[in-house]
Design a protein around this ligand. Structure first.
Ligand code: NDP
Length: 450
């Protein structure tokens, strides 16, 4: 049977849009993958007949629930929580929990879809899921965050488990929130089990997990650069975000001899031409995780640095690492990076570049590592946390650091296998999409129609 007997890309996307009204982020994520997969599937009748892509783009299930909690003034507050279990063909659902006012079902569906391919790329046995709530932890007291997390878990616990679905952190969910949620899970079920990753080191968390996503994104960049005979050392970098991923990406760039010029948050960005060194990064970590302050305060603290509204992509640099959120780098900003001489982009965040921005990078043949490959280090070390919990063991920092380096190298190799265009250019988007898809698709074929 030829591909012409089946729907083409446009018809497929029309169907996706129709079935998912008002969910632009999800449609965007499916479109980005579908373009490559349609080309790859052209002569692969079995995938068409089994409707594999259509099935991957339809979550196994979406759980939506009410989360009630009481604020410090005794007002009853109501939020909406979700868990999107996208696909468990190759392992238990795995993916973070996001607490942010912008969280919608569309955002979580896009993240769970992306996560399916990302987890497959790591080579570890993990399916794809994502969850969250439209809760804003900013400005809330510790006690309010605790009550919210407990209420959230009071519903979520019945849908997850170490062999079913293992959530982790994401935007707005760090060590503090994971601790509150794990405590509530344990209290309700009377079981200590590896049901969440990103836990504290005292209670089953893996070393290297906090660093893994940011470090991994830089290792991916390093692999792309090595492939071209280049190195991070001596290069400048613009980074967005100032959370877990951004600060650890900045740390690794600095350790490798690069110079970080910017960090940001939703209020704007700081530009420090002297470079954001380790001491300054530690200050930002403290500002964001302990004081829960704003990045603008950096410019008051460090002479020579300036604060600007907007995003950092017009600052001239050799490298760019978007590490804040989705759709934070658009077509014009991508053009600005290219015309300012940027050589490589590695995405610490999920889908930070718009489809139009990706096309600019692609046309300029710039080294461009998409999030599903470049930021997979976080979930990879989460996978290692699951293994350590199951075996009741704990690997040390050094060993996990080596494992992370190897995993990122492996992911880079898989992307190159399917993305090498033969003219020295590697299309990492295509490579990641095809390599991630193939493993999940082959597992689904083995199961028959389920
Ligand atoms: P954090 O909550 O630690 O930090 C998020 C950062 O992004 C903050 O600086 C935040 O600023 C900024 N930000 C959030 N929303 C917006 C927005 N709408 N506009 C501008 N800035 C914004 O999250 P993480 O560092 O964990 O996550 C960052 C990205 O990395 C996300 O895309 C996440 O999905 C992805 N990721 C994270 C992984 C992890 O291990 N943590 C794993 C893989 C991917 P502000 O303080 O103003 O909100």
């Amino acid at each position: 049977m030829a591909v012409s007997d089946h729907v083409n890309l446009e018809q497929f996307m029309e169907g996706v849009k129709k079935r998912n009204p008002g969910q632009p982020e999800f449609v965007q994520a499916v479109h980005e993958v579908a373009q490559d997969i349609f080309e790859f599937m052209e002569d692969k009748v079995e995938y068409h007949e089994a409707q594999i892509l259509r099935r991957i783009a339809e979550p196994d299930r979406i759980i939506s629930f009410r989360v009630c909690w009481e604020d410090d003034n005794h007002n009853v507050r109501v939020q909406r929580g979700w868990r999107v279990q996208n696909n468990n063909a190759i392992g238990p659902y795995k993916g973070g929990i996001r607490f942010h006012p912008s969280v919608t079902e569309s955002v979580l569906k896009f993240l769970a879809f992306e996560q399916t391919f990302k987890n497959s790329l790591t080579g570890l046995p993990m399916g794809g899921g994502k969850g969250g709530a439209n809760f804003n932890p900013k400005g809330k007291s510790d006690a309010e965050v605790m009550r919210f997390c407990q209420s959230f878990m009071t519903e979520l616990y019945r849908h997850i488990g170490p062999d079913t679905d293992v959530p982790a952190g994401d935007i707005g969910v760090g060590g503090r929130e994971i601790g509150y949620m794990f405590g509530q899970y344990k209290r309700i079920t009377n079981r200590w089990e590896g049901v969440l990753t990103g836990k504290g080191q005292e209670y089953g968390g893996s070393q290297m997990r906090p660093e893994a996503t940011g470090y991994g994104a830089v290792y991916f960049l390093q692999n792309m650069m090595k492939h071209k005979g280049m190195d991070v050392e001596g290069h400048t970098a613009v980074i967005s975000g100032s959370g877990n991923v951004a600060t650890h990406a900045a740390e690794k760039i600095t350790q490798l001899g690069g110079k970080v010029l910017t960090l940001s948050d939703s209020g704007g960005f700081i530009h420090d031409p002297d470079g954001i060194d380790q001491e300054k990064i530690d200050w930002v970590k403290h500002l964001k995780t302990v004081k829960r302050g704003r990045i603008s305060e950096y410019a008051d603290e460090f002479k020579g640095a300036t604060f600007h509204e907007g995003r950092p992509w017009n600052v001239t640099a050799d490298l760019a690492l978007p590490c804040a959120t989705q759709n934070e780098l658009n077509e014009d900003e991508a053009k600005a990076l290219v015309s300012n001489g940027c050589k490589g982009v590695s995405e610490g965040a999920n889908m930070p570049t718009t489809l139009e921005g990706v096309k600019v990078f692609h046309d300029a043949k710039l080294m461009y590592g998409p999030g599903k490959a470049a930021n997979a280090g976080g979930v990879a070390v989460s996978g290692l946390e699951m293994s350590q919990n199951s075996e009741r063991i704990s690997w040390n920092h050094e060993r996990l650091g080596e494992m992370l380096t190897d995993l990122m190298k492996g992911i880079h190799e898989k992307c190159t296998e399917y993305g090498d265009q033969g003219d020295g250019y590697v299309d990492y988007v295509k490579g990641a999409n095809i390599a991630g898809f193939k493993k999940v698709a082959d597992a689904m074929l083995a199961f028959g129609v389920v």
